[in-house]
Design a protein around this ligand. Sequence first.
Ligand code: HSE
Length: 401
Amino acid sequence: MIKVAVLGYGTIGAGVVEVLQKNADSIEKKAGERIEVKRILDLRDFPGDPNADLVVHDYNIIKEDEEIKIVVECMGGLEPAYTFVKTALLQGRSVATSNKELVAKHGAELIAIARAKNANFLFEASVGGGIPIIRPLTQCLTADVIEEISGILNGTTNYMLTKMENEGMAFDEVLKDAQAKGYAELHPEADIEGYDACRKIAILTSLAYGKQVDFEDIHTEGITNITAEDIRYAQAMHSSIKLLGKSWTADGKLYAMVCPMLLDNSHPLAGVHDVFNAIFVHGNMVDDTMFYGKGAGKLPTASAVAADVVDCVKHSGKNIKIIWDSEKLTLSDFGGFERRFFVRMPAGTSEEAIEKAFGPVEMVSVEGLDEKAFVTGMMKENDYNKAAEELGNIINMIRLD
Ligand code: HSE
């Protein structure tokens, strides 16, 4: 019997306990041992909950309990999660976590401690919820040089953009709906400003290249500027607007960014709706691969955490080697990278002035919207910025992928 402690009895923590208890028999067959949740750490009490007796409020009770071999961290945030996880690893325990903030910031260090202690630090659920993507990157695709990762990495914003697209709902209304469904982070900025997606692409990029990519270095824009009008233009262009976390290599340079992008409806990521996430990975040998599933929500995320617990049991006393060194990987300035831009300007702007600033453009019109909207040719981001500044009055700009 392997005894486990779960830190945090919120949505995900409660989900992990539910998965481990409901599927206990089938999990036992796969892990080779029975797994039992012995303690749950939370500041709150849960009267009437079937696991109320397992709840403790003091981490020291878990720390000093030598029967506990695996710690599951679902508290979120950096502290006290970091201190508790590091303490557990230094004690030689294995840890499974869903906490992308923790992994993005301290992943390299925690992986190194786990290795030194012949234990494991596993974090499949930290990116893409229930979608297997960490193992594919660290195990199945290691023969490839990864040339691109493009992901719909945030379920809340994808749910919101889908609702805005299908039902014409207003931004605030869809945000409340997503929060009520348990998809959103505690502070909505983490989702809608792209911070959550930023940490996730930082984790994936660090794993793809085996070195530290600091999330602070990744240019990040959220979806707060996306309006019902943008969605109508996108529909007129047979495209969808998706919040993408991307990293890619070109001419030996590595770039990364998070921003809303216009995807032609033929793009595989354009068909990813609602709370679903998808991660497109291009390797130089395997070519295109895509990983798809529920990227947020209680049981999908808990399923990935519980599978990490099973792996910790299967590899008891043996470290699963994950290459992610603390040496920093420097990102290149994407100002020199060429792409096309969709731009909206006031109706009074002359097409001559537009073409003078941006070069030849394709005009886009939507019935009832009295504006000048257009798609530029391929141009460098720096040149776009210069032209936009020169002309002024840009209502909105969305990059084309
Ligand atoms: N708030 C996150 C999302 C939860 O919506 O994707 C999963 O990380």
